[in-house]
Write a protein that binds this ligand. Structure first.
Ligand code: IMP
Length: 418
């Protein structure tokens, strides 16, 4: 099984970190293809919790090479902080992290711009949108450009002046960002030794039939083209992003795992048909500890949306699903699932990427009796209570994709294979 990919099937925060981590044993390479420090992948090992933002989760496994691919926008300051923290925890990262020459770089200006404008859709304020905008405008800074830091320092100051002229940031930003720019240049200098021909090294790994794991960030419904625009991130978390972000032909991906939570969450603004703005939503948030791993923001919570999940499965071609956080539903008497939507009275509608339309739909729910017992100690899928089995079977039927793993807790051991 040389190439496996893990993609978030909803609006991010599906628990990809744990699924990726569980697949890392026996992997030679783990690679990220899009996004940047907006991601927060939580992995729990015994009493330690690691939250990884840019470094692929493979770093926690000895001998695995970690690639930050061309489709990413990388923040050198955050990257070096993350590497320093990993080293402090005793994880040797030396020679194990490769940064693509073509990855774009998030500078302090991008973060300032995101702080100034990102509030409208509720971004993570990590500079993601502005960095991808500069990439598309063809005046972005690529990782390879960091080799000439004198030029970069001058470019950043010129870029800042233009941003002030265009009203993208306040004139006071110029002075305020000085210390941030200094830290940026120091971190950028430390990032240079990580530069590598990642396309070449991935091709070499594929030719040698090495095991490659591809780690998605965010989720399908946040894809800039295929998500609920404009309430999206600025990259391609969907399967197509793998080819463009890493240079891997899509037909080489043998196993494509869509990760879905047993209910639904979303952070930031945008339509969310099954959102529960009530006590049940609050209960899901508290039981599932639904607070952002990157920003700490409370996540919006709701029932599993099978119309959205079906769409995600169709456009990605998932070969299997990993269902996470099923244990969060342990105490619920009744569990609801949206099978489809109503758009204007009785007209049945499927998922729409047109945000305005999605805001108008009413979910069509079916109800499932809960199992009302704790799943956390189970060691095999056969031990699942009947009602939990029926719930999983129904999600499988509604999405049309086999659910092969079920996560029942944060620990590495709490995963049931079906
Ligand atoms: P940005 O990616 O920071 O530009 O944010 C754009 C939208 O994507 C916002 O609604 C964010 O809350 C959301 N978003 C970005 N990264 C993540 C993530 O890792 N998990 C969940 N939502 C995310």
């Amino acid at each position: 099984m040389p190439v496996t990919a893990v993609i978030g099937g909803q609006w991010g925060d599906e628990g990809k970190g744990k699924i990726v981590d569980s697949l890392c044993d026996g992997m030679d390479v783990v690679a990220r293809y899009q996004g940047g420090a907006n991601a927060g992948h939580t992995v729990k090992i015994n009493d330690d919790t690691f939250i990884l933002h840019q470094v692929p989760s493979g770093i926690l496994h000895e001998g695995v090479t970690c690639i930050l691919g061309s489709g990413m926008v990388v923040d050198p300051v955050a990257l070096m902080d993350e590497i320093d923290s990993l080293e402090q925890l005793g994880i040797d990262t030396t020679g194990r992290i490769q940064l693509a020459y073509n990855a774009h770089i998030v500078t302090p200006i991008h973060k300032a711009m995101d702080r100034a404008t990102g509030g409208v859709i509720g971004t993570t304020q990590r500079g993601i949108g502005p960095a991808y905008s500069d990439k598309a405008r063809r005046w972005g800074i690529r990782a390879v450009d960091l080799r000439d830091l004198k030029k970069i320092g001058k470019f950043i100051l010129d870029r800042l002046k233009i941003s002030v002229q265009q009203g993208e940031v306040d004139s006071s930003t110029l002075g305020e960002l000085k210390p941030e720019i200094e830290s940026f240049l120091l971190a950028a200098n430390r990032v240079v030794p990580l530069l590598d021909d990642t396309i070449g090294s991935l091709q070499g790994a594929l030719t040698a039939k090495k095991n490659v794991l591809i780690e998605g960030a965010q989720g399908v419904l946040l894809d800039i083209d295929l998500g609920t625009y404009p309430y999206v991130t600025s990259s391609h978390p969907t399967v197509g992003g793998i080819s463009s972000g890493l240079g891997i032909p899509s037909q080489l991906i043998d196993r494509l795992i869509g990760v879905f939570k047993a209910y639904a969450t979303r952070v930031g603004a945008g339509p969310f048909p099954t959102e529960l703005d009530d006590k049940t939503g609050e209960r899901l948030r508290e039981t599932g500890a639904e607070y952002g791993a990157t920003t700490g923001r409370p996540r919006r919570c709701g029932w599993f949306d099978a119309a959205a999940a079906r769409y995600a499965c169709q456009i990605n071609g998932f070969t299997e699903i990993a269902l996470t956080k099923l244990d969060v539903l342990d105490d619920f008497e009744t569990i609801r699932v949206a099978t489809n939507y109503h758009l204007q009275k009785d007209k049945v509608a499927s998922f729409s990427t047109v945000a305005h339309t999605l805001e108008l739909v009413e979910p069509i729910y079916e109800e499932h009796p809960g199992w009302q017992s704790s799943l956390s100690q189970l060691t095999s899928a056969g031990q699942l209570p009947e009602n939990a089995k029926k719930y999983i079977d129904r999600l499988e039927e509604l999405t049309g994709v086999p659910i092969k793993q079920v996560s029942i807790g944060a620990e590495r051991t709490q995963t049931l294979i079906r």
